[in-house]
Design a protein around this ligand. Structure first.
Ligand code: NAD
Length: 292
């Protein structure tokens, strides 16, 4: 079995790393949050003091970090992965970052003779814990096949969508659909409430028809309950729509509705709600509608 390095043990990374340990892989882990490292180490992983140390002991290095600058810092920074690479090492970034950054990392590691994959995920904390994540992968077929046994420990729907950066483009598409659908559900349920119709009954009625979706089902219920405990934080979704808009500019695709929803997220964050779940978009719609 390959020795696995795992960097970034947050909401997603911790359960993903724990699933690899449970599957019998030897793991060496690192995070700037030492509490998270100790927790995963208690389950049988080895703790490393830096990303460089992780790379020096691993055949495959996986990262699950917040954003593009974090991945660049962990790969290229002092005490970073690039300082400790071993020949034949495979680098797999599972964070959601800009496709342009993913391609930059791919090219830089290729110069060192290393393969890498961008492999962002969908499915949230529950999917990470239950190992049912969807994994959208960009890179070469050979690298994809090598990583497949690891992906199968963490997820279910695993698709190679193209070359370097294609996984991140796929994730941007995912985040557009999720963000705009949350906005649609928020508008529909707020309309129902203000028009004097019980939003819970509207949700139940719509779940049987063409408007049915996981977002209406799960986030519709959150909106009805006003339960906005994360889940997926609004600040991360705004980051993802910024990635989509940046990619839209790169390829000259006008993403009109995406930019409107990104501004709604800005309004939510301006009101001090950046740590809430993304379903809290309903709060902005309610406020604009004078709904308490
Ligand atoms: P998180 O903030 O909970 O975890 C990120 C972890 O990275 C933290 O533990 C942090 O300490 C660590 N970290 C940051 N910089 C570091 C560095 N330089 N060196 C070592 N460790 C460092 O975030 P998350 O919710 O786990 O999300 C991770 C990625 O997955 C993000 O790109 C996010 O957009 C994506 N994602 C999240 C979800 C979700 O539901 N939370 C779902 C799909 C995708």
């Amino acid at each position: 079995m390959e020795r696995i390095g795992f960097i970034g043990l947050g909401i997603m990374g911790k359960p993903m790393a724990q699933n690899l340990v449970k599957a019998g892989y030897q793991l060496v882990v690192h995070d700037i949050n030492r509490g998270a490292v100790e927790e995963v180490a208690a389950g049988g992983a080895a703790a490393a003091a830096s990303s460089k140390e992780v790379a020096a002991q691993s055949d495959v290095v996986i990262t699950m970090l917040p954003d593009s600058p974090d991945v660049e810092a962990v790969v290229f920074g002092p005490e970073g992965v690039a300082q400790g690479v071993r020949s034949g090492m495979l680098f797999v970034d599972m964070s959601t970052i800009a496709p342009a950054t993913a391609r930059k990392v791919y090219e830089a590691l290729k110069q060192e003779g290393l393969e890498s994959l961008d492999a962002p995920v969908s499915g949230g904390e529950v999917g990470a814990k239950e190992a049912t994540l969807s994994i959208m992968v960009g890179g070469t077929e050979a690298a994809f096949q090598r990583a497949m046994p690891l992906f199968q420990v963490m997820g279910k729907n695993i698709v190679l969508t193209g070359g370097p950066g294609a996984g991140q483009v796929t994730k941007a598409c995912n985040q557009i659909i999720v963000g705009l659908t949350i906005q649609a559900v928020a508008e529909a349920l707020t309309l129902a409430k203000k028009a004097g119709v019980d939003p819970a009954k509207v949700r139940s009625a719509l779940l049987g028809g063409f408007a049915q979706s996981r977002i209406l089902e799960l986030h519709g219920q959150r909106m009805i309950d006003h339960n906005f405990k994360p889940g997926f934080k609004i600040k991360l979704h705004r980051k993802d729509l910024a990635i989509a808009l940046q990619t839209g500019r790169e390829f000259a695709v006008p993403l009109m509705t995406t930019s409107q929803v990104a501004e709604m997220m800005n309004a939510l964050i301006a009101a001090g709600n950046e740590e809430l779940d993304h379903s809290a978009l309903a709060l902005v719609v309610e406020q604009l509608s004078g709904e308490k």
